[in-house]
Design a protein around this ligand. Structure first.
Ligand SMILES: *Cc1c(COP(=O)(O)O)cnc(C)c1O
Length: 464
């Protein structure tokens, strides 16, 4: 819990002339910085004593919530544990002190890391070659679509300007296609949440460059028709793109390459465990099947977010082939366990076996007026990070839960208990849920005001 004083901005704690250090006069005399190198005006930096600075930042850091603080069931994001060995490997000076412009002959070890990771990803996905350059999943999508465009252009087939995307797709899919200059065609989902193959048939023609799919899809459902879909898409001359953000539950079960996908990206920060809250860092390697290798980009001297790549390789090697095969089944077991234990009090619109994640459509009892937003805010009071809310857009009150494979049964049971308590509160004392959170440093914020009139700068140097 934050102290009233040290929770203020560091600028508010500033006092003119106060210093964070005091050095004795030394025997070497002093060195004056030449006048022409000095700034003309004092930099407006806070002036604080060291202890105040230490307390301020230590208190600030305690406000952060991460996987190392508690359960983080953020659907679609795969917030999994990042084993300590990963950090030790990424921090090795031989890696962390590298400069991206260093001569190649002095970076053999780092190149070996990249080569081993590429080989591991090929083995895991059943594809033929990977580039590690893209910096995130969305960047990988754009790169992959450019690979597909290069493939069609090489064959002199310039009419293919359309990309088919399911209506359940992550927003980055249509966005990447648009940035790539391609037109988006949406294919509908069936009532069971999977792609409508009959509708897809109507959309296929010689203007289609690719079909983008996520599997399991954003509802956490396995797309059983992929072999059939892949055959149809290939028959019309287009390629299959696999959005590998949901690769986690596939580990140990099946490989995208064997299902007929031609190009894919992997979100290393999701499936292979790099902490990625707040938008980074990430890595989105792109893989291709045999025959497409020469469409991969190769001009940039850089190799993506190298520290994320080290963590991914450390994760893969420390689990090893046999343990890696348990990742998908355990993530799937955990998700189904939570779903089955809560579906009597939360609305489950698609009641089937899920993979690594699933979606509730708010509370089952809609008469209380308690929304998914209220449930998410109330979870913070109980020390849990909220699940993903209001995505996917297929339902009005989406509450998307993804537990990952690392969580103990005790953690899952306590989360289930808390979710049931909140459902009970909604029925008996709805105002306590609607007014949540009550125990966090910042209470409920006005989302609309924050979006329409954000205050993004700090001006006044107020006295305490
Ligand atoms: C996370 C995610 C993306 C985007 O990946 P980033 O690394 O955040 O750019 C794309 N598709 C799906 C299904 C995702 O879950």
């Amino acid at each position: 819990m934050n102290n009233r004083l040290y929770g203020k901005l560091i600028f508010e704690l500033s006092r003119p002339g106060r210093k964070g250090y005091s050095l004795p006069h030394n025997e070497f005399g002093s060195y004056d910085i030449p006048q022409e190198l000095c700034r003309e005006q004092e930099a407006a930096l806070p002036e604080c004593d060291e202890l105040t600075v230490v307390r301020h930042y230590t208190n600030q850091s305690a406000n952060n919530f991460g996987v190392n603080n508690g359960f983080y069931p953020l659907g679609s994001c795969t917030m999994k544990y990042n084993p300590c060995i990963n950090e030790e490997m990424a921090a090795l000076p031989a890696f962390s002190a590298l400069h991206p412009l260093q001569p190649a002959e002095t970076t053999r070890g780092a190149q070996e890391v990249c080569r081993m990771l590429e080989q591991s990803l090929c083995a895991i996905t059943g594809l033929s070659a990977f580039t590690l350059k893209p910096f995130a999943g969305a960047h990988g999508e754009l790169t992959g679509l450019m690979v597909i465009r290069a493939y069609h252009e090489k064959r002199g087939d310039t009419r293919r300007t359309k990309v088919i995307v399911p209506d359940s797709a992550h927003g980055t899919n249509p966005a990447s296609a648009a940035v790539c200059g391609l037109d988006i065609v949406e294919v509908k989902s069936l009532a069971d949440g999977t792609v409508d193959v009959e509708h897809l048939k109507e959309l296929l023609n010689d203007e289609v460059a690719a079909m983008m799919m996520t599997n399991p899809n954003t509802l956490g459902l396995f797309e059983r028709s992929i072999p059939e879909i892949a055959a149809m898409v290939h028959d019309c001359g287009a390629l299959m793109y696999y959005d590998g953000a949901n690769l986690n539950p596939m580990l140990g079960a099946c490989r995208p390459g064997d299902m007929g996908f031609d190009v894919m990206h992997i979100n290393l920060h999701k499936t292979f465990s790099t902490p990625h809250g707040g938008g980074g860092p990430g890595a989105g390697p792109v893989g291709v099947r045999q025959g497409l290798e020469d469409c991969l980009p190769c001009v940039s001297p850089y190799n993506g977010n190298f520290a994320v790549e080290i963590r991914a390789l450390a994760y893969i090697l420390s689990l090893g082939r046999d343990q890696l095969k348990l990742v998908g089944p355990l993530a799937t077991l955990n998700a189904n366990y939570i779903k089955e234990c809560l579906k009597d009090v939360y609305e489950l619109p698609i009641d089937t076996l899920c993979k690594h994640e699933f979606v509730f459509d708010g509370l089952k009892d809609k008469s209380t007026g308690v929304t998914t937003m209220d449930v998410a805010k109330r979870l913070l009071d109980y020390g849990y990070h909220a699940p993903t809310i209001y995505f996917p857009l297929l339902f009005h009150q989406s509450l998307m839960i993804e537990p990952t494979e690392n969580e103990s049964k005790e953690t899952l049971d306590d989360f289930i208990q808390v979710m049931r308590t909140i459902a009970h509160e909604a029925a008996t004392d709805p105002e306590v849920v609607k007014g949540a959170p009550h125990h966090t440093p910042i209470k409920r914020v006005d989302d609309v005001e924050a979006a329409k009139h954000p205050v993004l700068t700090y001006k006044a140097m107020q006295a305490l």
